[in-house]
Design a protein around this ligand. Structure first.
Ligand code: ADE
Ligand code: ZN
Length: 322
């Protein structure tokens, strides 16, 4: 249909993509072979068959196992280059890519190999791409602080920090000091909050960590005062429709609250989260939402525009997309 065609072809920004979540099963097997890593699954099909998740943690277990094939700088380059090709095909003009250094440094991979490999692929791409270093919230704040210090020789290669992994039981305030340090360094700040965790985690991401966007944030609607605040401050939510269905945040796409969020005046963006695991890249996420919810052309333009508006592009570059 006409609207599907427009949604697919319009220029878009992507603000919530974990690069390790773009690792397709075929590339996992190719890298395992190249690096002599033993996988728990005998074949690509067997691995893909394991992609049936009950919740966030059951996904994370498989996601971290998949990332274990990444050892060399070139592996990080190849993974990132493959994502950027898919992004370009979906008319993504700008992307702000999350990466999880602790997933790799804990296996002995030097942080410089992680950052340099991902960054070099970004530099080689036609798509505008910047990097956001994420701390794993199931690990300690001291581990996050050490990771930030270890990354400082590469300070010019990332624009911000984020917070991801197991949400419930690991509230934002656990990371108060490391976010304060990142803020001093002039880094942009984001955090996953209100995906599986309660609205209180969104409040503390705002008031304790001072984040500039909320990743997911879909549970904000449980708290009317919070919803009003997010709207008043034009605080963007990076919503990930297919992820929310695969991780059972909502039972069906028809029940997704994306349109309700828009109607509440929130700056909603659409993103892919972990496209290799959740059934599609950015266009698939747009189409899944548009196929299941009563969204129209105005919504399409608003969602695309929000992606650029909520980006960390410098004002004059941002202006060209708005
Ligand atoms: N890491 C990768 N994807 C994630 C998600 N959706 N939530 C938390 N941590 C993640
Ligand atoms: Zn995420």
């Amino acid at each position: 249909t006409q609207i599907r065609h427009i949604v697919q072809n319009m220029p878009k920004a992507e603000l919530h993509i974990h690069i390790e979540g773009s690792l397709e099963p075929e590339l996992i097997f190719a890298l395992a072979q190249r690096n002599g890593v033993q996988l728990a699954y005998p074949s690509v099909d067997a691995l893909r068959a394991a992609y049936a998740f009950q919740d966030l943690q059951s996904f994370l277990d498989i996601y971290y196992a998949g990332a274990s094939v990444l050892l060399k700088e070139q592996d990080f380059y190849d993974m990132t280059a493959a994502y950027l090709e898919r992004a370009k095909a979906d008319h993504v003009r700008h992307t702000e890519i999350f990466f999880d250094p602790q997933t790799h440094t804990s296996r002995g991979v030097p942080i410089g190999d992680v950052i340099n490999g991902i960054h070099r692929a970004c530099a080689d791409s036609e798509v505008s791409a910047t990097l956001i270093l994420c701390f794993l919230r199931h690990l300690s704040e001291d581990d996050a602080l050490a990771t930030l210090e270890a990354a400082l020789p590469y300070r010019d290669k990332f624009i911000g920090v984020g917070l991801d992994s197991s949400e419930v039981g690991h509230p934002p305030e656990k990371f108060t000091r490391v976010f304060a340090r990142a803020r001093e360094l002039g880094l942009h700040l984001v955090a996953h909050a209100g995906e599986e965790g309660p609205p209180e985690y969104i409040w503390s991401a705002l008031d304790v960590l001072h984040v500039e966007r909320i990743d997911h944030g879909v549970r904000c609607l449980e708290d009317a005062a919070l919803t009003r605040r997010l709207a008043a401050e034009k605080m963007a939510l990076t919503v990930c429709p297919l992820s929310n269905i695969k991780l059972r945040v909502f039972d069906t796409m028809q029940e997704h609250n994306l349109l309700t969020l828009l109607d509440a005046g929130l700056v909603v963006t659409i993103n892919s989260d972990d496209p290799a695991y959740f059934g599609g890249y950015l266009n698939e996420n747009f189409l899944a939402a548009f196929d299941s919810l009563p969204l129209g052309l105005q919504h399409a333009h608003e969602l695309a525009r929000n992606g650029f508006a909520a980006s960390f592009l410098p004002a004059e570059q941002k202006q060209k997309f708005l």
